[in-house]
Design a protein around this ligand. Structure first.
Ligand code: CCH
Length: 288
């Protein structure tokens, strides 16, 4: 019999596409969650891994998957993300060669594409690190604050005004849960499909403080079913941010382009890749 060359398994594009397909299939299968999809919470997991990055010290970011450990997993901002990690665990069992940190980011990529968002080019290369790499609490944004805080937090990651507004369009997806953040409700009427509705609603609806005993948030006056956080409202109140809100409200294609570029950058913060930028992969979606 022909002798097969043995060596360490080096996964290729096709192998990662298979992982993507398995996540997509599991998203389809587990439609018993929230508004019918784990997609939003998968995206939030990927963002909260990445959004701890600090450009001055080079610490934080998606390399490491340190949210597996209690110090970081129990940060207030990460409440509820256990459900996203649990959702991905059977995928990790099926493909033990992928690192948690590459898998969690691939989960975010898959969630965006499967919720009909733009393509998010991807490179692997993240390795899992131990508990000593957990980031300190307080690196993720606090929704009760204003534009100064948003600029300080995203500025620390290295983002500019345009990117901050583009990334915030993720709030077209998902909802706030009282038992997680204290806030309540979805931002749009289609929380499992990525659209530019977040910007349209910010500009077109009338918003007022919600009358309740929970944290200060806005609700739409007309239906009282949608919400905005103080940090969301800061995007239309601030002179630097507002032009981008208007641009994305009027041009979904421009939003998709800038959102994709911003997410690619976000998901790669602090990762020591050996693969070049021009060798990123684009995964086929389940409906392509
Ligand atoms: Fe966010 N987000 N986010 N967010 N977020 C929440 C939920 C989601 C802030 C606060 C909150 C981004 C930026 C910000 C998602 C993606 C992104 C919640 C509710 C709060 C609070 C959590 C809960 O109760 O379950 C603040 C503040 C900022 C910026 O200032 C960015 C950037 C992204 C991604 C690119 C997604 C998706 C959700 C929905 C999660 C779900 O479970 O439905």
């Amino acid at each position: 019999a022909a002798k097969k060359l043995q060596g360490p398994f080096v996964p290729k594009f096709e192998d990662y596409q298979q992982v993507y397909n398995s996540i997509a299939a599991r998203l389809e299968e587990r439609d018993d969650y929230d508004d019918g999809s784990f997609g939003p919470v998968l995206l939030r997991l990927a963002w909260h891994c990445s959004g701890t990055y600090d450009k001055e010290t080079g610490t934080g970011g998606s390399n490491g998957a340190t949210m597996r450990f209690t110090p970081e997993g129990s940060h207030g901002a990460n409440a509820g993300l256990q459900s996203a990690r649990d959702f991905l665990d059977p995928i990790k069992e099926q493909y033990p060669w992928i690192t948690y940190s590459d898998l969690w980011i691939l989960g975010g990529v898959c969630a965006i594409q499967e919720m009909q968002g733009p393509k998010i080019p991807y490179r692997p290369g993240r390795s899992d690190r131990d508990v000593s790499f957990c980031t300190p609490d307080g690196r993720l944004p606090d929704a009760s604050k204003d534009q100064k805080h948003v600029r300080a937090i995203f500025g620390r990651m290295g983002f500019d005004d345009k990117e901050m507004v583009a990334l915030s369009g993720a709030h077209a997806l998902g909802r706030c849960h009282e038992d997680r953040s204290g806030y309540s409700g979805p931002w749009t009427f289609s929380p499992t499909t990525l659209t530019n509705d977040y910007y349209k609603l910010l500009l077109e609806e009338k918003w007022a403080w919600k009358k309740w005993t929970g944290p200060k948030q806005f609700e739409d006056v007309k239906t009282k079913t949608l919400m905005m956080l103080p940090t969301d409202m800061a995007l239309v109140q601030d002179k630097g941010f507002r032009p981008y809100v208007e641009k994305y409200a009027n041009d979904n294609e421009a939003f998709f382009k800038d959102f994709s570029d911003g997410v690619v950058r976000l998901f790669e913060l602090g990762v020591p890749f050996t693969v070049a930028e021009d060798a990123r992969w684009t995964f086929k979606s389940s409906f392509d």
